[in-house]
Design a protein around this ligand. Structure first.
Ligand code: DGJ
Length: 534
């Protein structure tokens, strides 16, 4: 009788422990899909990263980190993206040193910041300079990519299983350590696996390993994925495949014709990174992403940008090869910011921008309005003085956070950005909204805003340097006017109505009560309830 009681109680205890363990896993930062993309959930609540990525060498020194902390706070960041390099955590094979990682976590916690760790392992900007000396110097065990003439490159081969295994072990050790020191508090929200991987200077590597694989048929798993998902594939990828009339088998060149090198490198790079990510996730499954160095434009030749990286044209290849990578991310330094974001919101890919430059103070409104999980200017402590307007944009977005979290990805919030004299028309709620951009800094920089449909006839606009004119939607009568408009001000941690706006403040000179105006660089928040009549 007594022993039965003991068995039953230990069963109950073990089920209890299992439930607790499951609950812990549930509580880890994770992605939650919604109407438009996904939200990052941290301790049960959505979180948007108003972030900055540190310059490459900054995170190697804790005393240097101390010197820049006030800078990060002054710019109103809530998250920092910091590199963790393979050479620093595993200077001798099998011997790990996580003092640098621990330093970052404790500094972030003291300063009320979250962290994203960037794993500089096999690749960093299509080079391999962050791999430890014992890897870089042993070119027999850790095969190098080679150029056409057979010269070895500063790029570890994507086809070398020994390197992939060594990188995976180091990455899994990092994730195990993160789980031990941060598994409950979750200061680290996500991990970038490698940095701008691929090969530059040529569209594919030419080591013996690579040549052998290139002359074999395209792996059956990839062909199956493409055939089964053909309806969901992106048009730019389909254009590549269409050239062989959607051949269902054959060598890389037979199936992918002129882009065979890039597709081959993408499959191999993505498969390699998937193994590294899976090894880390098996220990501690934080959200993981990888980032791409983009071409100058969407028809740039592979090799002018790292061939193998997750550029838009090879989205389906990455999605097929790397299920352990949750997000494909763009590093956006191009002028075409908005259209590049749109390319990364295909195939259910959440928008996460780990690096960007130029006009960040305006572009952030587009990215966050379109549902981005993370926006992060690169070299935040180096290229962004504390007077940079990104600080004010982040301040406003921080104050607006309850709205942003409520509407992120729900299909009722949009971001807009444009240069002086550009116009854009969007449909939101029951209305059409015509945006006329005035630009910032007296018209020299773009301007941006976030627009939320609070109800079908009520809108909140936050931004600067533009006007929003309300027009009737598809099925509405023609004439549309503002019924009530207010400017909002942030006081005592909440938004309050201040001036009731009418007359010149809602007019275009000849007509009144038709638009919200944000005339200068000053960021503002305004609401309008509108109506139509015949
Ligand atoms: C892109 C890289 O990913 C970063 O680490 C950094 O090197 C920047 N380029 C420099 O502009």
């Amino acid at each position: 009788m007594k022993s039965n009681f003991l068995i039953i109680s230990s069963l109950i205890l073990s089920v209890g422990f299992q439930l607790l363990a499951q609950q812990k896993v549930m509580e880890l930062p994770h992605l939650h899909e919604n109407v438009k993309s996904a939200q990052l959930i941290v301790h049960g609540k959505p979180f948007i990263m108003l972030a900055g990525e540190l310059s490459n060498s900054t995170s190697s020194s804790m005393s240097y980190m101390d010197s820049i902390m006030p800078h990060l706070k002054a710019l109103n960041l809530n998250t920092v993206l910091a590199a963790v390099s393979w050479e620093m955590i595993e200077p001798v094979e099998g011997q790990f040193d996580f003092s640098n990682v621990d330093g970052h976590i404790s500094k972030a916690r003291k300063n009320n910041l979250k962290l994203v760790m960037l794993w500089f392992g096999t690749w960093k900007n299509a080079c391999s300079s962050y791999a430890p000396a014992w890897v870089r110097q042993d070119t027999k065990r850790f095969v190098r990519s080679e150029d056409l003439a057979g010269a070895k490159l500063n790029n570890l081969s994507a086809l070398c299983s020994a390197t992939c295994e060594a990188d995976s072990k180091a990455f899994a050790a990092l994730m195990k350590h993160l789980k031990e020191v941060d598994g409950v508090q979750n200061t680290v929200l996500a991990v970038q696996v490698e940095n701008e991987p691929g090969i530059r200077g040529d569209s594919r590597e030419h080591s013996a390993l690579a040549n052998e694989a290139f002359n074999k048929p395209v792996p059956i798993e990839l062909m199956h994925y493409l055939i089964e998902n053909k309806e969901k594939l992106t048009p730019d990828f389909l254009q590549i495949w269409a050239k062989s009339f959607y051949k269902k088998e054959g060598t890389w060149t037979e199936v992918f014709d002129g882009e065979a090198d890039m597709v081959f490198m993408s499959w191999n790079t993505a498969s390699y990174i998937n193994k590294v990510a899976a090894a880390g996730k098996a220990v501690y499954p934080l959200p993981m992403y990888t980032n791409a160095w983009l071409g100058n434009n969407e028809s740039a030749k592979a090799g002018t940008f790292p061939s193998g990286g997750c550029v838009p044209r090879v989205f389906p290849i990455w999605k097929a090869a790397a299920p352990s990578i949750d997000i494909l991310s763009p590093d956006i330094y191009r002028k075409e910011f908005a259209s590049t974001c749109n390319l990364y919101q295909r195939m259910n890919n959440p928008l996460f921008i780990p690096e960007t430059g130029y006009f960040t103070h305006a572009n952030v409104f587009y990215a966050i309005g379109q549902g981005a999980i993370c926006f992060s200017p690169f070299g935040i402590e180096e290229y962004y003085p504390i007077t940079d307007p990104i600080g004010k944009s982040y301040q406003l977005l921080t104050n607006l956070m309850p709205y942003l979290l409520q509407y992120q990805g729900a299909g009722k919030m949009v971001g807009v950005v444009g240069k002086k004299d550009e116009k854009q028309e969007i449909s939101l709620g029951d209305y059409k909204l015509q945006i006329s951009f005035l630009g910032g800094s007296k018209g020299e920089t773009p301007s941006g805003a976030i627009i939320i449909s609070l109800a079908n006839d009520e809108f909140l606009v936050a931004g600067s340097g533009l006007s929003v004119t309300f027009l009737s939607g598809e099925n509405k009568p023609k004439r549309t006017e503002i019924l009530k408009a207010y400017e909002l001000v942030y006081k005592n941690k909440s938004w309050e109505k201040q001036r009731r706006l009418n007359g010149d403040e809602t007019g275009n000179g000849s007509d009144h009560g038709i638009q919200l105006q944000f005339k200068d660089d000053n960021l503002g928040v305004k609401t309008a309830k509108v109506f139509s009549y015949e």
